[in-house]
Design a protein around this ligand. Sequence first.
Ligand code: RNT
Ligand code: ZN
Length: 420
Amino acid sequence: MYDITKGYELAKEYYAQYGIDVDKAIKIADSTPISMHCWQGDDVAGLEKKDDAALSGGIQTTGNYPGKATNGEELRKDIEEAMKFIPGELKLNLHASYLEADTFVDRDAIRPEHFEKWADWAVEKGIGLDFNPTYFSHPKSEHGTLSSADEEVRQFWIRHGIACRKIGEYFANRTGKPCVINHWTPDGDKEFPIDTIGPRLRLKDSYDRVFEATKDVKGVIDGIESKVFGIGLESYTVGSHEFCMGYVMKANKDHIIMTLDTGHYHPTEVVSAKLAAIYTFSNNVLLHVSRPVRWDSDHVVSFDDETRAIMSELVKLGKLQDTFIATDFFDASINRIAAWVIGMRNTRKAILEALLQPVDEMKKIEAAGDVSARLAFKEEFKAAPFSLVWDYYCAKNNKGVGLEWLDEVKEYEKDVLLKR
Ligand code: RNT
Ligand code: ZN
């Protein structure tokens, strides 16, 4: 290993030339919560006691890497293993399908007690919990959920949404941290339907009912996640971007916000370019950081241009603290703990890098109309000695420098995962 402190001192000097305070950037990056999704650990299978556990709703995990978690204990153990190598403030993001009960409990009957083990675990770790209703992988979700024309089915899912908000409140009370709930429905159609507004009016009414019935719930924030299309539902999505944005803006409630998933737009559309428009009208945004490869493939988050552009935009907007950052990917073709570690580290890396630019100065340059200097500044920091700061940060937090984590995860694979 090279001399990390020496590298850090040098990087500090480099950034100081531009008036950038590296230690301050580290502090902010470190305290920005990232909500790690539990579902990377078992390919979105969940822990419900039912025979038919097939993933549905137009999302898909591909790959058959051995060793996935098959119960709550294993999943928590795997999450703990990943956490050894993920620096910074964390939350855990659970789906309703990760309940733990001795017998099958249907989605409209879930209660806080079914999540007690998760809450105990989070309290012990000192981390917050976020939550998601599971409006998919269920016999009643095959022809629409909250937008279903079958009133019985629609009411079932409304009850599920209501139950989830109460569980969110329980999490907030147990952990002392707000619980961010993400509402995503897969509802859509393989062919373009004749009636395109009926399902949307029903989805709107369903959300209204969920929120009305739980209006006294405290400590919960609700993201409404839009999508362009799902597999098998290619032609029409009820919860489109326009629908969700319309719902959030019309609701005009502080706790109802937009969820932007980086894989949920047309291939040339980017989330980084949408943030400012939404922040013109909203105080918060929920982000699902993912990596779409040609479609919403949910590859492991990469330290790529778009992830960096999103974090950079949040810093420039001054909205890093107002944005709930969550990850959402599921790769079954590699070691699942490696997937978490790589994706989470990349997300944190992009946050730290974004904080190492002279934003105030760049704003001044732009306001003065110096467009040449603006471009020069934008380009200059792309090759800055950022990795020296990142390595120092990981070392200081004892989370493994460089690829140090890899050997340990491989050991864990040999000792634990392959024995399952
Ligand atoms: C699906 C959405 C949604 C899910 C999770 C499992 O396209 O992105 O957020 O990935 O709820
Ligand atoms: Zn998502």
